[in-house]
Design a protein around this ligand. Structure first.
Ligand code: GDP
Length: 131
């Protein structure tokens, strides 16, 4: 997912360029928007964390760009490409170093496992939107 502040700042094309340049294939992609309830469900794993309310408000604050990406070792390689959660800690050349505003508004989301990638992908896309 490209998060609301990065979409609003017009970074979608540049972020997709970086993703493609790093060997990922786009299986599905589109703009969409999470309602407050949907953002809360998507991030339910963080329910007990102090920033949960802020995170949900932020993720529902504007359009996002969702994509399913394919690559060998995709989860690990994508997390390397996006960089650390806090852009101040992210390495040079990562998406978050280049585009994130802050630890909260950090430009992109990446799935943390193949199992969650399948769940999150199915949340946004039907089979006829995947190629
Ligand atoms: P990620 O896997 O690198 O995205 O990081 P986490 O799973 O730990 O956190 C999920 C998301 O919650 C992050 O990408 C941030 O958008 C947000 N987040 C993490 N830490 C903080 C924080 O301290 N404050 C706020 N407001 N948001 C945070």
């Amino acid at each position: 997912m490209i998060k609301p502040e990065a979409v609003a700042a017009g970074h979608v094309g540049k972020i997709i360029d970086m993703i493609l340049a790093n060997g990922f294939r786009i299986h599905a992609m589109r703009y969409t928007r999470l309602s407050h309830h949907e953002a809360g469900t998507f991030y339910a794993v963080h329910k007990e964390r102090p920033f949960y309310g802020e995170l949900v408000d932020y993720m529902a604050s504007g359009p996002i760009f969702a994509a399913i990406l394919e690559k060998d070792n995709a989860v690990e390689d994508f997390r390397k490409l996006i960089g650390a959660t806090d852009p101040a800690q992210a390495e040079e050349g990562t998406i978050r170093k280049r585009f994130a505003e802050s630890k909260a508004k950090n430009a992109v989301h990446g799935s943390d496992s193949d199992a969650n990638a399948a769940i999150e992908g199915a949340y946004f896309f039907s089979t006829r939107e995947c190629y």
